[in-house]
Write a protein that binds this ligand. Structure first.
Ligand SMILES: [Zn+2]
Length: 734
């Protein structure tokens, strides 16, 4: 009880400098947190420790930490392993109520380590990073320091579940959102990278995050995510009274090592952790807000007007429906029609440039250049977006092109191409952005493209962040030739080796620096993150870009599946669905196709001039409704996964509800199975004692009024007589 009083007093006074013992060690636990989460730390003499993770409101029991942190125990100097003995340095450490930086030093090795925790906002998770500074005056090599090692005490009888979500990648996976029992002996590992290519035998990758939830006890749940796009592994096991694992850089294929020049700092990928009440959507709603407001919106990087822009996310019409055949004349016709339909951006996808690596307009297809198309879009009140695979080199000898025959460019490649090598239509060899000269070239090139082509939104694609690189002149670790494999896929080449994780570490930092500098140079510029579809959907790119291509298959079911999955952890406005032409014999099918991409950021990848007058009228109506009703909810409302995940046959659906405005919408879909009949969607987030008006937009049922409790318990009955059709039900508080 005394302990509780002490903590409360400290919260009130903001006093978090613990009293020090004679040895200079804090005699009290260190508390760091915000209105949602609180973590309790201890600064041991040689190792720090997480003592507890809990919700600040104290509604659930805390997760009790078992055992101390594990810090790297050696460094390598001139090929010799030097053992490390860390000692806590109280004088250099800083403790506040919203952050703590505990400093450990090995003076003889010349290394200083910062074990840091920070609550960046009043709400949301707490972030953690470990930084290691080299004060030795000479180069040394570090083994892998995990970002986060956890061990929580659990009881044998406690029923637990784990939730994790797959990336949409090229095609949405069969399951996607996994919620599985976490029993004794459970042993799970998830990976995230930028290079999960099927030809390399890569298995499914995860959005680097998981949630452990307590099924039916007072424990609540906890979650961890990684703010990094390079090679990441997450591990979770349950054995006896411990739930434990590590999160951080992927140690495979090892052994990992990274160079640390004198004066340099190594930082583990930042993780965020939080306690939750265990409910999947409530946890998701808090996390999604934090990602949008805190992670994605560092005030220095964003024009505040963009955040307030009522047109965000922008309704986009994209040229990829015509693939590489797009021409200036067609682009102008598309802009004319996009303007008439109410779109807000025209996006010129691949097909506009001379060749891979040669990011200048193809004069045969774009005789007046790209800026002329941008200006044409601007004159029609549309923004202009552009696709560029800016980290790929090809074989164009033109001035300004990334030509693999250019000796300077050759030094930036991850590997030498074979003598007869040719790039594919829009993919070549990735340059290693971790090489400083390559980074500098790419930073200049994207600035030139945005400036000269009058770009409002720049989409990158392809494998911008390298992994595995056989160059010995780059800052990363060299390859181990015995453990190196080379892959090729229709002109696209890549390497996998023992240095893959270290290469991705350097390249990811360079990629972030390029994105950040570009935003600084062009406030208000939007950045779309695409990596052969949804291979780079993670919290690091969320912090350095504005929205994601979530899957590279664009049919209605793929779009809904990928959205269903990613929206468990990322803000819906950041999740882009590309809608491709799809068979729509009936207008119901046409609306179903459009709406399958209208739950987040909508990009229609169709030349809308191909639509019939009836389809035009329906699309204009849907676009107007998106602006007036759906978009404000996508931006601000809570999201609830109230229906099953789409399987293309049966029912699926999602609900947005904004408690502040007491209004929401239910998206209901039905697939190809004949005689759909009736389905009930139990709503969430409503006032139990409130009354609501339900408006069925397509009049599939008469509008009606109902009580909040009824709608949450019995649900909304939706009747759809047509296969592959949909309904939007607006929910308005009375
Ligand atoms: Zn390299």
């Amino acid at each position: 009880m005394k302990h509780v009083v002490w903590m409360k007093t400290c919260v009130l006074l903001g006093l978090f400098s613990p009293w020090l013992t004679a040895a200079g060690i804090p005699s009290r636990p260190i508390l760091v947190g915000n209105a949602d989460n609180r973590i309790t730390l201890e600064a041991g003499a040689s190792l720090p420790q997480v003592l507890r993770l809990a919700r600040t409101d104290g509604k659930d029991a805390a997760w009790q930490g078992l055992g101390a942190e594990i810090l790297i125990d050696h460094a390598t100097v001139d090929g010799m392993a030097v053992p490390l003995h860390w000692r806590f340095d109280p004088a250099a450490s800083r403790m506040r109520k919203d952050s703590a930086s505990l400093v450990y030093e090995d003076r003889s090795a010349g290394l200083r380590l910062y074990w840091e925790w920070r609550a960046r906002a009043q709400h949301g998770p707490i972030e953690h990073v470990i930084r290691i500074e080299n004060h030795s005056g000479h180069e040394l090599w570090l083994p892998l320091q995990d970002s986060f090692r956890y061990a929580w005490k659990v009881t044998a009888s406690q029923p637990l579940q784990q939730l994790w979500v797959d990336k949409g990648a090229g095609e949405a996976p069969p399951v996607g959102t996994h919620l599985v029992p976490l029993a004794e002996g459970y042993d799970w590992r998830g990976e995230s990278s930028t290079f999960a290519h099927p030809r390399a035998g890569a298995s499914r990758e995860i959005i680097p995050y998981f949630l452990v939830r307590s099924a039916g006890s007072l424990m609540g749940g906890w979650y961890v995510g990684v703010e990094f796009s390079g090679r990441i592994a997450m591990h979770l096991t349950r054995r006896g009274d411990a739930l434990e694992g590590v999160v951080g850089l992927n140690p495979e294929p090892g052994p990992f090592r990274t160079r640390l020049a004198p004066g340099e700092t190594f930082a583990t990928p930042t993780v965020f952790v939080g306690a939750s009440d265990g409910d999947v959507d409530d946890t998701g709603n808090a996390l999604r807000r934090w990602v949008r407001a805190t992670l994605n919106d560092p005030a220095t990087l964003r024009d505040p007007a963009t955040l307030r822009d009522p047109a965000y996310p922008w309704l986009t019409n994209d040229s990829w429906g015509s693939a590489m055949a797009i021409t200036e004349a067609q682009a102008r016709r598309m802009i004319d029609d996009a303007h008439a339909l109410g779109f807000e951006m025209f996006q010129l996808d691949a097909g506009w440039f001379r060749a891979v690596g040669d990011w200048y307009p193809d004069p045969r297809k774009f005789p007046h250049g790209v800026a002329a198309v941008a200006d044409y879009a601007h004159r029609h009140g549309l923004r202009f977006g552009l696709w560029v695979d800016w980290a790929q080199a090809g074989t164009s000898p033109a001035q300004g092109a990334l030509d693999v025959a250019d000796p300077r460019v050759r030094g930036w490649l991850t590997t030498d191409p074979p003598p007869d090598w040719k790039p594919s239509g829009f993919k070549g060899i990735t340059i290693d952005l971790g090489a400083p000269a390559a980074q500098a070239w790419a930073a200049r090139e994207v600035r030139r493209i945005v400036r000269d082509y009058h770009v409002d939104m720049l989409e990158h694609d392809g494998y911008v962040v390298a992994q595995g690189c056989d160059r010995s002149t780059h800052p990363h670790a060299p390859i181990d030739p015995a453990r190196t494999r080379r892959y090729s896929d229709d002109g696209f080449l890549w390497v996998d080796s023992s240095n893959s994780t270290d290469v991705s570490l350097h390249a990811t930092h360079a990629y972030y620096a390029i994105q950040t500098a570009l935003k600084r140079a062009h406030p208000g510029l939007m950045l779309e993150v695409c990596n052969d579809g949804g291979r780079m959907v993670d919290f690091g790119s969320a912090a350095h870009g504005d929205y994601f291509s979530i899957v590279d298959a664009y049919d209605p079911v793929s779009n809904r599946q990928a959205f269903y999955d990613a929206s468990h952890v990322l803000p819906p406005a950041m999740l882009e669905a590309y809608v491709k032409a799809w068979p729509t014999p009936r207008i119901e099918n046409f609306r179903y196709m459009l709406r399958s991409g209208m739950m987040g950021w909508l990009t229609v990848m169709i030349d809308t001039n191909s639509w019939s007058p009836q389809q035009h009228a329906a699309a204009a109506r849907e676009i107007a409704f998106y602006k007036s009703t759906l978009r404000p909810l996508i931006r601000d409302a809570d999201l609830y996964h109230v229906g099953p995940r789409a399987d293309g046959k049966g029912w699926d659906g999602l609900e947005y509800f904004d408690a502040e405005r007491d209004t929401g919408v239910l998206y209901a879909f039905h697939g190809s199975e004949a005689a759909p009949g009736v389905f009930r969607f139990p709503l969430r987030g409503l006032r139990a004692n409130g009354s609501y008006r339900l408006h069925f937009r397509d009049h599939s049922s008469p509008d009606r009024e109902a009580g909040g409790r009824e709608l949450m318990q019995s649900g909304v009955a939706v009747v759809l007589p047509v296969t592959n059709s949909s309904e939007l039900i607006v929910i308005e508080g009375l």
